[in-house]
Design a protein around this ligand. Structure first.
Ligand code: SAM
Length: 261
């Protein structure tokens, strides 16, 4: 059976099979040596980095999906309106430069460029195709880089704001304190994190044997990290609020603003 046929068959059968049974089958079909543990930072890091690095090869919709036609005002969507809301936040109004880590195809940066044409912008992402798209639309300094290698990635950069949207949720919580400390070192005024939080580093998505709280989806891993507690431990007080309900989406529900002076 071809891959496309198998996918069609899976889509038809899926709603007929209870989620618990699907999970049990998936666990049974995964050889024990492939069942990496949640605490195994090195294996989780390798899996997630590979997923995102190759996303554009696996799905033709990956780059346009994140770009979201933000350059066509008549096609405004929830994601493009969320980018506009983000750009209108007070920290950006007072900033001369901003760097987005996990910028994908540059939707947030493009909206910032439209609103503040003089702002110096930069973006980093692990997907070369996404970065190439961002570079073709946004004037700025871009880098294809892995957030797990944050010290190398941020070396030599200092900007007013470092921000993220729906990115830290994909990194192992064990790697986040180090990344946040590097972000703090390279930002002058604010960190702005638009993510999804929980007080328990809840596993939202992940391999079936992790028993994620929402959906069992192959190698797609998502946490709701406890960023405020991590920031507190770094001596960084923050303000936490909700993203306006109509602009929320999976992974972008909370806003964490960290003033740095
Ligand atoms: C859910 S998308 C969010 C994209 C964008 N911030 C937005 O608001 O549309 C997550 C992004 O994080 C990037 N990413 C995930 N893991 C990464 C890693 N280890 N290093 C660099 N980028 C990573 C992905 O390539 C992807 O572009």
């Amino acid at each position: 059976m071809t891959g496309a046929r198998l996918d069609r068959l899976k889509r038809l059968v899926r709603p007929l099979v209870p989620a618990g049974l699907r999970r049990a089958v998936r666990i049974a079909l995964t050889p024990a040596h492939e069942r990496y543990a949640q605490a195994d930072l090195e294996r989780v890091k390798a899996v997630t980095a590979a997923v995102w690095r190759g996303a554009a090869h696996r799905s033709a919709k990956y780059v346009p999906g994140y770009w979201d036609e933000v350059d066509r005002v008549e096609r405004r969507t929830r994601a493009s309106r969320r980018s506009e809301w983000l750009a209108a936040l007070p920290p950006f109004a007072a900033a001369e430069s901003a760097l987005e880590i996990g910028c994908a195809s540059g939707r947030n940066l493009y909206v910032l460029q439209e609103r503040y044409p003089r702002m110096r912008l930069g973006g980093i992402d692990i997907s070369p195709e996404a970065v190439a798209h961002a570079q073709s639309r946004v004037r700025g300094e871009f880098l294809v880089g892995d957030l797990y290698e944050s010290a190398a990635m941020l070396a030599g950069r200092t900007v007013d704001i470092i921000f993220t949207m729906g990115v830290l949720i994909h990194l192992h919580p064990g790697a986040l304190p180090g990344l946040l400390a590097e972000m703090r070192r390279h930002a002058r005024r604010h960190l702005v994190l638009c993510e999804q939080l929980s007080g328990t580093n809840e596993v939202v998505k992940g391999p079936a044997w992790w028993r994620p709280s929402r959906k069992v989806t192959g190698d797609y891993i998502q946490w709701s990290p406890d960023l405020p507690a991590m920031l507190r431990r770094l001596g960084l007080p923050c303000e936490v609020s909700d993203v306006p309900g109509v602009l929320q989406s999976n992974g972008a529900r909370h806003l964490v603003v960290v003033p740095l002076r």
